[in-house]
Ligand binder design. Structure first.
Ligand code: DX5
Ligand code: ZN
Length: 218
């Protein structure tokens, strides 16, 4: 399977969202990574439904929506209506995780669960068969441009083993501090999808940078 590249629009120019969405449309990227932060689960606020809708209006690729919010259950249908194709919630934010996953599927979306750097992958063992995506955080969520936490590489291997053992279809995505060097390590460990924000939008040629990430897996 080809490596999936999901550029994070958190690092785009918000005064020119349409231009940056079209840049991703024209690139080799596969998904749009859309980071929603509530200022409670994480110490930052990004954007909500109107911005997700604005991205969807121009996006020609699926929206990979990463919710860094408390009580995501209250907003599942609204994110579906705003255009999410894949909805990822945090393990640490869900008391009834199994129910949340079911609700995402019932709303017609793919379901992902993200784990913070301190959360063991093993905690997903009872729901792994229900999941379409496991999102390994390789930074503490809240901000773009942070330093990659190396332990994420090991967690990718652990997630792939768990998925294999349980016969799950889940893909493994990694988010935070991804560049060509960390990306290469993650691909070797078995990552299926890479999120990249500042590395893509902070580069001189974002389309070329996306292409460079894409070919980390030949
Ligand atoms: C962090 C977000 C990331 C962020 C990644 O909380 O979930 O998706 O945009 O940014 P970089 O690639 O700059 O680490
Ligand atoms: Zn993210």
């Amino acid at each position: 399977m080809e490596l999936i590249i999901s550029p994070s629009v958190l690092s785009c120019d918000f005064a020119n969202i349409q231009r940056d969405v079209e840049l991703i449309n024209e690139s080799k990227a596969d998904w749009f990574h859309v980071d929603v932060m509530d200022g409670v689960f994480v110490p930052n606020i990004s954007f909500g439904f109107p911005v997700v809708e604005a991205i969807k209006k121009h996006a020609k690729k699926p929206l990979d929506v990463h919710l860094m919010i408390q009580q995501p259950d209250n907003y599942i249908n609204q994110f579906r209506d705003a255009g999410a194709d894949l909805l990822t919630v945090h393990y640490e934010a869900c008391t009834h995780l199994h129910r949340t996953i079911q609700a995402i599927h019932s709303a017609g979306m793919k379901a992902g669960v993200a784990v913070n750097p301190h959360t063991p992958v093993d905690l997903l063992q009872e729901v792994i068969e229900e999941l379409d995506l496991v999102l390994i955080m390789s930074v503490n969520p809240g901000f773009g441009g942070q330093k990659f936490i190396k332990n994420a590489v090991l967690k990718v291997e652990q997630a792939k083993n768990l998925i294999h053992q349980r016969g799950s279809r889940a893909l493994v995505e990694v988010d935070g501090g991804v560049n060509l060097s960390t990306g290469r390590e993650l691909v070797l460990a078995g990552a299926d999808a890479l999120v990249a924000g500042s590395f893509v939008f902070g580069s001189d040629n974002p389309k070329q940078t996306i292409q460079d990430l894409k070919v980390l897996k030949a």
